[in-house]
Design a protein around this ligand. Structure first.
Ligand SMILES: Nc1ncnc2c1ncn2[C@@H]1O[C@H](COP(=O)(O)OP(=O)(O)O)[C@@H](O)[C@H]1O
Ligand SMILES: [Mg+2]
Length: 449
């Protein structure tokens, strides 16, 4: 077998003893030399394994995870199909002393969960702020349609929930206290609803709301409709009328307050909005995703985040949160930027399950790929065809392993990487791959051969 350029030969032995390197296979061309995969030589620590169903992607990801973990690179694998259980690992592979740490996500007790309220107290500057944003983002994952006013109100409620636990932004020492939970947030909201309901004058509030809407409509017409001067004047008069109703309603409320000692309901305390938020939090709690025990990852092990019991809609937010947490923790704990070898790697088999939420370059998955290298983060991604990578991902993956792809995808492979169709179709399933490393040309190998 010949290759477009067989002159680049990766040396068998790493030159630096601190390298993370292993034999990825044996070349199928030339002298059939063994081929070493070396992180010191890699432009980044991301790997894509591309191939159609049943050709050995999962098998190869498991093997590579063992190799990396056995050399001290902590692995996190998101398992959505049960392919990465301890049993699957140990019955198929030599574990080389590597431990598999199964972390099961699910609904309810006995499973792992995430508490988005947890504050990173070692982040002296932004810990509290990031946690509040994190809770908001989490809820947004469950309710993408959350409006900006709801968000403002929710933010206030989240801050108050922390306060009730004695945790305040101004005092970073308080950030070390036991964080609140989703349930605590629900209690804060319940209390606020009760407080609003106990005040007289929610009907007055409705009156104000009504006048406000009418005034806005009139103002809109003044601005957008080319009516006669009299019409315009009539509309302006109408607005004055609505202003008067608002004032009147406020006076009525103030009178009630003065007579009964009850407080004015604040404008932000709209019951409807509070109730909508209440339902949203309740939904998040019912999912049980936030109840579980904290995840305890083990360094140097293969940590399998077992998402198989979650329905697909819940896998996405959990994945998103995990990635965001990992990214932030890598940024915080990274001692030297741009390390030569990876510290932590994520395995995403069937990548399309994880990119559905990646709609901006700042999304965690895209940041993970574009900036992860800087903080020692890498990945092992399995996918069926090249189009399943986002642009950010495609441009930041250093190692590509092409296993046999579906016939109709062979032309794509030729276009992207210039591998002759005839050579591509000669690859054997569960055995061979084209190995592309950085800017080197692809070489055909027998995997781990
Ligand atoms: N190199 C290999 N040696 C032995 N068995 C393999 C090899 N690669 C894959 N297999 C087996 O082939 C089957 C399909 O492989 P798998 O990794 O699940 O494929 P994919 O993830 O691409 O769908 C599995 O039963 C796996 O154990
Ligand atoms: Mg698979």
């Amino acid at each position: 077998m010949t290759t477009p350029n067989a002159s680049t030969v990766t040396p068998l032995r790493p030159e630096d003893p601190s390298d993370i390197a292993f034999q990825i296979g044996r070349r199928l061309d030339g002298a059939q030399a063994p081929l070493t995969h070396s992180m010191m030589k890699a432009s980044n620590f991301h790997h894509a394994l591309i191939g159609t169903s049943g050709v050995g992607k999962t098998f190869t990801i498991r093997k590579m995870a063992i190799e990396f973990a056995s050399q001290g690179v902590t692995q996190f694998i998101l398992d959505t199909q049960g392919d990465y259980s301890f049993a699957e690992f140990s019955s198929n592979h030599d574990m080389k002393g590597v431990r598999v740490n199964e972390i099961k996500f699910g609904y309810g007790p006995g499973t792992a969960g995430i508490n988005p309220f947890a504050i990173h107290s070692d982040d002296q500057y932004g810990g509290f702020h990031h946690a509040v944003i994190g809770v908001l983002e989490t809820l947004r994952l469950f309710n993408p349609s959350i409006g900006s006013r709801q968000k403002t109100q929710l933010r206030r409620l989240i801050t108050r929930t922390y306060e009730r636990k004695g945790i305040v932004m101004e005092d970073p020492r308080s950030w070390r206290l036991e964080p609140p939970s989703m349930r605590d947030l629900l209690i804060t909201i319940d209390d606020e609803i009760k407080a609003v309901k106990s005040r007289s004058g929610t009907d007055i509030f409705d009156e104000i709301e009504e006048a406000r809407k009418k005034a806005q409509r009139a103002a809109f017409r003044i601005k957008n409709e080319a009516g006669s001067t009299e019409d315009q004047q009539a509309l302006e008069k109408e607005i004055e009328g609505h202003k008067a109703s608002v004032m009147e309603a406020f006076e009525k409320m103030l009178d009630a307050e003065l007579q009964t000692g009850e407080k004015l309901p604040s404008l932000s305390g709209s019951l409807n909005r509070l109730e909508a938020i209440h339902d949203m939090i309740e939904g998040a709690i019912i999912s049980g995703l936030f109840d579980g025990e904290n995840i305890s990852a083990k360094r140097g092990a293969i940590n399998v985040l077992d998402l198989t019991s979650l329905n697909q809609a819940d896998q996405q937010p959990i994945f998103y949160l995990l990635l965001e947490k990992t990214f932030h923790s890598a940024v915080r704990t990274c001692k030297n930027l741009n390390p030569k070898i990876p510290d932590m790697m994520f395995g995403f088999d069937e990548v399309k399950l994880f990119t559905a939420l990646a709609d901006s370059p700042l999304d965690p998955i895209n940041r993970f790929f574009t900036e992860g290298r800087k903080y020692g983060l890498g990945s092992l991604c399995g996918l069926q065809h090249p189009k399943q990578l986002t642009n950010e991902m495609r441009s930041s993956i250093g190692t590509i392993m092409l296993l046999p792809v579906a016939k109709e995808k062979i032309a794509d492979v030729k276009r992207l990487w210039n591998i002759p169709e005839e050579q591509m179709s000669r690859l054997r399933a569960k055995s061979d791959a084209f190995y592309g490393f950085g800017n080197d040309s692809f070489v055909p190998i027998k995997l781990f051969g």
